[in-house]
Design a protein around this ligand. Structure first.
Ligand code: CAA
Length: 242
C-alpha cells in the first residue's frame, strides 16, 4: 500500500485517538484534528508521534484552512477522512437551549459537510477516497435527553447514503459506523444510575472498547473495500439491531 494520508477529526481523545493510532499502526500517514483540549493533544502526540492540528470542524473556513495545513505538513492530499468529532449537550427538550441544540448540530453534523466538502474535489480528481462517518446507536434508535445528538447522528446516516451515491463512480466510498456505548469520557459522563441501566441492556454484557470501533474503520478504509459503500456498520454489543 502506498502511504495514504488519513485525517481523523476529534482524533486525539476517546474513540478518535484509538482510530488515529490504529490507522498509524496499519501504515497510514495520520493527522489528528482536535477542537480545544491542548493538553490532551500534546500528550497524544508525545505518546504516538501522530501530529495534531487544532481547528473547529463546525466552522467551514477553519476546515478549509485545516485541510491546507494537514496537506502541507503530511506532504500529500487527504485520501481517507474519518469524521469522528462529536460532542454531547444532553438534556430533555423542555430544558434544552438553542445553544445546546446548535452546538451539537454544528459539531456533529455540519462538520461532516464541512470536512467532506474540503476533500471531495481532490478525491474526485484522483479517483480514490474513503470517508467514514461516526454515527451512533442513538441516531438509529433515539435516546431520552438527546434530541440534538440523535438528530445530528441520524443526519449523518442520511448524509452517508447520499454522498455514497455521488462518490461511487469515482471510487470514493462513504460509510458510517454506529457505535453503541463505548467506554470513553463521553459515556462516563452519563449519570451512574442511568449508565447502569444502559449496560444491563447490552447483550454482550459490557461497554464497547474504542478498539472495537477502530477495527471497523480499518476494515472500511482498506484499498480493497471498494465495493462496500453507503453501509452502516453497527458496533454495539447487540444493543440495537437495525
Ligand atoms: N427513559 C424514560 N425515562 C427516563 C429516561 C429514559 N431513558 N431517563 C430518564 N428518565 C426519566 C427519569 O426516570 C425521571 O423521571 P421522574 O421525574 O419520574 O423520576 C425524569 O426522566 C428526569 O430524569 P433526570 O432526573 O435524569 O432528569 P435530568 O433533567 O436531571 O437529566 C438527562 C435528564 C440529561 C436526560 C439524564 O437522564 C441523562 O444524562 N441521561 C443519559 C442520556 C444518555 O444516554 N446520553 C448518552 C451520552 S453517550 C453518547 O451519546 C455516546 C453514544 O453515541 C452512545
Amino acid at each position: 500500500m502506498a502511504e495514504r494520508v488519513a485525517l481523523v477529526t476529534g482524533g486525539t481523545r476517546g474513540i478518535g485517538a484509538t482510530i488515529s493510532s490504529a490507522l498509524n499502526k496499519a501504515g497510514y500517514k495520520v493527522a489528528a484534528n482536535y477542537g480545544g483540549n491542548e493538553e490532551a493533544a500534546k500528550k497524544f502526540t508525545m505518546e504516538t508521534m501522530i501530529p495534531a492540528f487544532k481547528w473547529d470542524v463546525g466552522d467551514f473556513k477553519a476546515c478549509e484552512d485545516g485541510v491546507r495545513r494537514v496537506t502541507q505538513a503530511l506532504g500529500g492530499p487527504i485520501e481517507i477522512l474519518v469524521n469522528n468529532a462529536g460532542i454531547t449537550r444532553d438534556g430533555t427538550m423542555h430544558k434544552m437551549s438553542f445553544e445546546q441544540w446548535n452546538a451539537v448540530i454544528q459539531t456533529n453534523l455540519s462538520s461532516c459537510f464541512n470536512m467532506s466538502r474540503c476533500v471531495i474535489d481532490g478525491m474526485r480528481e484522483r479517483s480514490f477516497g474513503r470517508i467514514v462517518n461516526i454515527g451512533s446507536i442513538n441516531g438509529q434508535a433515539g435516546q431520552y435527553g438527546q434530541v440534538n445528538y440523535a438528530a445530528a447522528k441520524s443526519g449523518i446516516h442520511g448524509f452517508t447514503k447520499a454522498l455514497a451515491q455521488e462518490g461511487a463512480s469515482k471510487n470514493i466510498t462513504v460509510n458510517a459506523i454506529a457505535p453503541g456505548y463505548v467506554d470513553t469520557e463521553m459515556v462516563r459522563a452519563v449519570p451512574e444510575d442511568v449508565l447502569k441501566k444502559i449496560i444491563a441492556r447490552i447483550p454482550v454484557g459490557r461497554l464497547g472498547r474504542a478498539d472495537d470501533i477502530a477495527r471497523g474503520v480499518l476494515f472500511l478504509v482498506a484499498d480493497d473495500a471498494g465495493f462496500i459503500t453507503g453501509s452502516t456498520l453497527s458496533i454495539n454489543g447487540g444493543q440495537h439491531m437495525y
